[in-house]
Write a protein that binds this ligand. Structure first.
Ligand SMILES: Cc1cc2nc3c(=O)[nH]c(=O)nc-3n(C[C@H](O)[C@H](O)[C@H](O)COP(=O)(O)OP(=O)(O)OC[C@H]3O[C@@H](n4cnc5c(N)ncnc54)[C@H](O)[C@@H]3O)c2cc1C
Length: 490
């Protein structure tokens, strides 16, 4: 597969290297480590509490912005091997199977944007990042937890479950959705340095969502006349039902269908349900009455799934601790629905683009301040968008579901299938297209153009949260996009 953006020949590197320690070896932690190495810094260790052998099953979408970042990091050969494009998005109602809309993703339609929209397996992305770190000699400490972090004037020290310690200038807390590093900093744990001041307003009724991934061998689908259509590698089928949404695609090597289901969860939640675990599908007792016959048939041939139940929580209000030593990244900072790791890659690219500019240690607080100013409001906007969009699945069959489908149908049908009106589509899906093309490096560059003069001073008291101009501008009118939704959903 050819990409029309070549990787940058050489990326800028810091003239003063800091030591970074990473808590969590998921996509966010591995990506941050790769990015900081590219920026010329020392990564003293990526600490991961699992043994690193879990094989995830989900497919993820690399947005054009994320693809550009991975190419910039020099991953073109890996993307050639492990990623591919889908030709047609097919959107259906999950209860009736009725067609809502189709969108041909090709050079003729939004070619400048969508040609870099790629599909890759979560596991392949993980392996690619991990292989790079192995090659760079970055210590990957598996079966090891970060138990504590202490901050001193000199830096941060991680206490590890093995009894060892790790010293760093900055700790990247990429310890996932239920981040202990984030949660242990709320006021009742003042002994640990404060990283975040969480929004005190919890959602009125906690919202639990099952994130479930599975694969089915294409051979098995080919044997079934009603499911054979799913073996078409060009398809990106998606169903939106009552309390669930599911999307799927064929893996790059063509051997399997990979599917990601989000399902409103109102059952009991055991502690082990909150971690990705391999289980029989039957464990979750999905209400199959809600699924159309095609989906029921597909689910009937699924054996095991990897899944977890998450409890929605707000985006952390601050993503850098008061001492500018601990930084949140990935799900620890901004819990997102699955299949969207682009924010974690953007966090890493933002760190790279900022810290590549480092010329002296005293710049650390200001640089972290810039990270927070750029990431926090932007991620808050993306998560709000994601949640609002997924409210669409919480509709009862009948008039409100029809209204929802009609609204989506209208937004995808400008001018009809063969003669889609690109200008009208761009106007209707403006926010989504802006998010897809968001380039974290360009965001940093533009911030530096506006605020760079403030970065040159010596470290002093940093007034955090006062200057979130660049991201706020990006998202001004963000929720406007939902004015097209009926009031029930907005
Ligand atoms: C095993 C697994 C499989 C997944 N599979 C998919 C998938 O197929 N599709 C998909 O869309 N998303 C998947 N996700 C989620 C996805 O990776 C994230 O939603 C997103 O990419 C952001 O990643 P993250 O690194 O912030 O969080 P995570 O991927 O959750 O990674 C956080 C990591 O931190 C580790 N950790 C937590 N606490 C500590 C501690 N105290 N010390 C050391 N390590 C710690 C965890 O073991 C975990 O590996 C998976 C996550 C995991 C953990």
């Amino acid at each position: 597969m050819a990409y029309h953006i070549s990787p940058a020949p050489e990326l800028p590197r810091a003239t003063c290297a800091l030591k970074f320690a990473i808590a969590g070896g998921g996509i966010a932690g591995l990506a941050a480590a790769c990015a900081l190495k590219l920026a010329g810094h020392d990564v003293v260790g990526v600490v991961e509490r699992s043994d690193g052998t879990f094989q995830s099953r989900g497919g993820i979408q690399s947005t054009p912005g994320m693809t550009r970042t991975l190419l910039r990091w020099g991953f073109a050969p890996e993307l050639q091997q492990h990623a591919h494009k889908c030709g047609v998005l097919v959107f259906r109602n999950g209860l009736s199977d009725d067609l809502i809309g189709r969108l041909k993703i090709d050079q003729d339609f939004l070619g400048d944007i969508l040609t870099e929209f790629l599909f890759i397996q979560h596991q392949d992305l993980h392996n690619i990042l991990r292989a790079r770190l192995d090659a760079e000699g970055v210590p990957l400490l598996y079966n090891t937890s970060v138990d504590d972090v202490t901050i001193s004037a000199e830096g941060a020290t991680l206490a590890l479950s093995t009894g060892q310690t790790l010293d760093a200038d900055i700790v990247i807390a990429a310890d996932g959705w239920n981040s202990a590093l984030r949660e242990r900093v709320v006021p009742d744990a003042p002994a640990l340095q404060v990283v975040t001041e969480e929004q005190v307003t919890a959602p009125a009724s906690p919202e639990h969502v099952l994130h479930l991934m599975f694969t089915v061998p294409t051979e098995k689908l080919a044997e079934d006349a009603e499911l054979r259509f799913l073996t078409n590698r060009a398809l990106w089928p998606m169903w939106m039902g009552q309390g669930f949404a599911i999307n799927m695609n064929i893996t790059t090597d063509g051997t399997a269908l990979t599917a990601t289901l989000t399902y409103d969860w109102d059952g009991e939640i055991l502690a082990e349900d909150e971690e990705y675990v391999e289980r029989p599908l039957a464990y979750f007792q999905l209400d199959l009455e809600k699924f159309c016959p095609t989906l029921c048939r597909l689910l009937s041939i699924v054996d095991t799934v990897s899944a977890r139940v998450v409890t929605n929580r707000p985006v952390a209000e601050d993503v850098v601790c008061a001492d500018s030593r601990i930084v949140l990244a990935g799900d620890a900072a901004h819990p997102l629905l699955p299949a969207r790791p682009s924010l974690a890659i953007e966090d890493a690219e933002t760190l790279r683009a900022i810290f590549a500019r480092m010329t002296k240690p005293a710049e650390r607080p200001r640089f972290l301040n810039a990270y927070e100013e750029l990431r926090q409001p932007y991620c808050e906007g993306v998560v709000a968008y994601d949640r609002a969009f997924h409210q669409l699945v919480r509709t009862e069959p009948g008039a409100s579901m029809d209204e929802r489908d009609e609204m989506l149908r209208a937004s995808m049908a400008h001018g009809g299938w063969e003669h889609i009106d690109e200008a009208a589509f761009r106007a209707g899906w403006e926010t989504e297209l802006r998010m897809y093309t968001f380039d974290a490096m360009e965001h940093v560059d533009s911030h530096w153009t506006h605020w760079g003069r403030y970065m040159k001073g010596e470290a002093g008291v940093v007034k955090r949260g006062k200057r979130r101009g660049a991201s706020q501008q990006f998202f001004s009118g963000f929720t406007k996009s939902f004015t097209r939704l009926p009031p029930t959903y907005s």
